[in-house]
Design a protein. Structure first.
Length: 232
């Protein structure tokens, strides 16, 4: 059975700035010191460089949507958007909204969890959304909300530039909570005539009498269509 190597057997360190002596259960051995401030490999450096661009872009996007997401529980949505913008940037050399399809802007309060009927989305030279409406369409209990509504939001432009984004929206009528009538909400919004990326978002919200419901559980915002830009 072999003996463990002692430090004396290892001998004097010829250059402590390059080599380091390490003690293990099997005895002492010598290895090169890790380089200080070692550079990331090219792939990791590319990801790091991309994040420096995409995280500010994600902030611009959320800031542009502020009138529609004010008061909501956004959580880490900026990080999610930044990561998905980064994915398109690394693939295409340009940020677009491809990987934002179906993202819920309020992650803990999704459209699927709030709204019973599934919205249908049609994309031509416009984005059209159709949703069935009825009294119990909203999945909320123990709430004093009285009505609900929808908004279809179109955001487009260059997310890397200051003031590079534009936004437009259309809003539905109000639908009462206490009704047995089954109807349908149809919303349409034009796709901008541009080669810049665009996305359409659907928002559902609730009113308490004539005021916006206060709690974020009464709202959901989801990306329902994307397009424009490279490869779309």
């Amino acid at each position: 059975m072999g003996c463990k190597r002692t430090r004396e057997e290892l001998g004097p360190n010829p250059n402590p700035e390059i080599w380091m002596d390490v003690k293990t259960k099997e005895g002492w051995y010598r290895k090169k010191r890790p380089k200080k401030n070692a550079k990331l490999n090219s792939v990791m450096q590319g990801h790091a460089d991309a994040m420096e661009l995409t995280m500010p872009a994600a902030k611009k996007l959320i800031d542009k949507l502020e009138p529609w997401v004010r008061g909501l529980e956004l959580g880490r949505i900026r990080s999610t958007i930044g990561s998905r913008l980064k994915k398109s940037y690394l693939e295409k050399g340009r940020m677009d909204f491809t990987y934002l399809q179906d993202v819920d802007i309020q992650p803990r309060r999704t459209m699927k969890a709030l709204l019973k009927p599934r919205p249908k989305v049609f994309v031509t030279n416009e984005v059209a959304v159709s949703v069935h409406t009825y009294g119990s369409a909203i999945r909320i209990v123990r709430s004093i909300y009285t009505e609900y509504y929808f908004e279809l939001i179109m955001l487009w432009g260059d997310v890397t530039k200051e003031n590079g984004l534009r936004v437009d929206s259309v809003e539905s009528p109000l639908y009462p909570k206490d009704t047995e009538e089954v109807g349908k909400c149809d919303l349409k919004i034009d796709i901008p005539n541009t080669d810049q990326p665009w996305m359409a978002l659907l928002k559902v919200g609730c009113l308490e009498e004539e005021e916006q419901a206060r709690h974020p559980r009464h709202y959901a915002v989801k990306v329902v269509a994307v397009g424009g830009g490279v490869g779309n």
